[in-house]
Design a protein around this ligand. Sequence first.
Ligand SMILES: [Zn+2]
Length: 290
Amino acid sequence: MDEPDLFTYSNTLSPPPPEKEIPLAPLSLPELEKAGEASAPAPKPKARSLVVSIHDVSPITRDITERILKQIAELGVPRVSLLVIPDHHHKGNFVDDPEFCAWLRECSGAGHEVVIHGYYHRRDQKAGESFRQKMATRYYTAGEGEFYDISGADALRIVSQARQEFRNIGLDPKGFVAPAWLLSEGADRALQRLGIGYTTRLGSVFDYHTGIHYTSQSLVWSTRSALRRLMSRFWNAHLFRRLEECPLLRIGIHPPDVQHQAVWRQIKELTARALESRTPKTYAGFLSRG
Ligand SMILES: [Zn+2]
């Protein structure tokens, strides 16, 4: 299938404002300024996209998520994708927290997108794991790869349960993102069977409906140690430059990022710079060309 031309958004251009009739009587300065504004062409929508996502949203991280939302809204990002964990580390299901559910609905009503992000997020250690499994699930993600090697049957059951829980509170998530972007093949097939609209990986966004892969490596910060934070800042600055011409730029924020000043400052700086040439969207909005 051909990739659509992501640089062409002509159908999203708004029509020019109607010509304003200027009265013949001499105009005062404020009137002249007003007339000039009305005849100025509407700003052209920026063809390239920016998707900011906040990972690991749950009742446990709600306060910090609100702080992040407020600060990035001030930068000019009015809508983001919220990756919500239904039962964060088995600490309590979100459906049992009516205040959190009301807040999620409010976020959705305000234009943010709710995305299913695993179920518990944590992957329980298994007996007899190979070196590769240990590396992927404990060292790379600190045990957070819940869907790394989950069976198709388990994924089908868990994702379908999660989706139903969101539907019960009036939300209908289109996307599923595996914790740490680690998605087993069985889970991948399960998502397709369930009619999930899309998933994202570290390096791409995949639309199950059209079969199109959008290649774009997500910017993401690791804050577990001072060395990781420093390396993250170098890496993301490099990645940002590398992705300059890419139609989609993804900025993935985790709640702890805001607690590390240099990391948070860089996230805000790169977001602000991205907004100079990109339109902020949710993943669902990006995929629907919205
Ligand atoms: Zn996560």
